[in-house]
Design a protein around this ligand. Structure first.
Ligand SMILES: [Mg+2]
Length: 205
C-alpha cells in the first residue's frame, strides 16, 4: 500500500475551473450488498452502510463533488424497470439531502453483461468520463471507492490517481491493487478526512 497525497501544498489553483470528485460504487459501498446474483429491487431493500452518509457529507464539506456510478443489470434482465431504479435513486437522494449528503450526479449502467452494444459497463470508464464532462470534474485529483475489482479498474481506466477498495463483500482472490483497502465502510469517513484537502470554492454549498 502506498500513500497518495492529492494536493500536498493545499488547495491548488484551478485555471481550468474543474473540481475534484469522489466516485462511489453503490451496492456494497453506499448500501448493503444484496448478495451475489441478487438485486435491490425496491427502496425497502435499500439499507445504507455504516459511515456512508458521514463520508458523503465530508466530501461535500471539503469541496469535492460526489458521483454515484452503479451497474444495475437487473433492469437489462427485466427484474425491474428503469422507472423503478429511478425511484430507488430518488428516494436515496431525498434521504441523503436531509443530511446534506446527496450525490451531485448519479450514473447507472443498466445493460446486460452480454449486450454487444454496451459501452458503459464497468470497467469501462464511460460513466466517469460522462460525469466529468457534465459536472466539470478534474479526474487527475479524483478518487474512486468500490468493493469489486471492476470498480478499481474502472477508476484506473479513467485515469484516477487513487482508489479505495472496500473488502468483505466480494471474495475474488485476483484483484488489481487499490491505493487503500478498508474492511467495511465504517472507517471511510476517517480515511477520507485524511485524504481530502479542503477545496476553497465558494460556488460549492
Ligand atoms: Mg459493488
Amino acid at each position: 500500500m502506498h500513500h497518495w497525497q492529492p494536493d500536498p501544498n493545499g488547495p491548488s489553483p484551478r485555471p481550468n475551473g474543474l473540481r475534484p470528485a469522489v466516485f462511489f460504487d453503490r451496492d456494497g459501498v453506499v448500501n448493503a450488498c444484496p448478495g451475489p446474483g441478487s438485486y435491490v429491487l425496491s427502496w425497502e431493500q435499500f439499507t445504507f452502510n455504516e459511515g456512508i452518509i458521514e463520508a458523503l457529507k465530508l466530501c461535500r464539506q471539503r469541496g469535492y463533488l460526489t458521483v454515484l456510478a452503479t451497474s444495475q443489470q437487473g433492469v437489462g434482465k427485466g427484474l425491474m424497470s428503469a422507472a423503478q431504479l429511478e425511484e430507488i435513486h430518488q428516494r436515496m437522494q431525498d434521504h441523503l439531502r436531509i443530511h446534506g449528503a446527496a450525490f451531485d450526479c448519479v450514473k447507472a449502467c443498466t445493460c446486460l453483461q452480454s449486450s454487444p452494444d454496451c459501452t458503459c459497463r464497468k470497467p469501462s470508464p464511460e460513466m466517469l468520463l460522462q460525469a466529468a464532462e457534465e459536472c466539470g470534474i478534474d479526474l487527475n485529483r479524483s478518487l474512486v471507492i468500490g468493493d469489486a475489482p471492476r470498480d478499481i479498474v474502472m477508476g484506473r481506466n479513467a485515469g484516477l490517481p487513487c482508489s479505495i477498495r472496500i473488502l468483505g463483500t466480494k471474495n475474488e482472490q485476483e484483484h488489481p491493487p487499490a491505493t487503500y483497502q478498508l474492511h467495511g465502510t465504517a472507517g471511510l469517513p476517517a480515511l477520507l478526512a485524511e485524504l481530502l484537502h479542503e477545496q476553497r470554492d465558494p460556488s460549492h454549498p
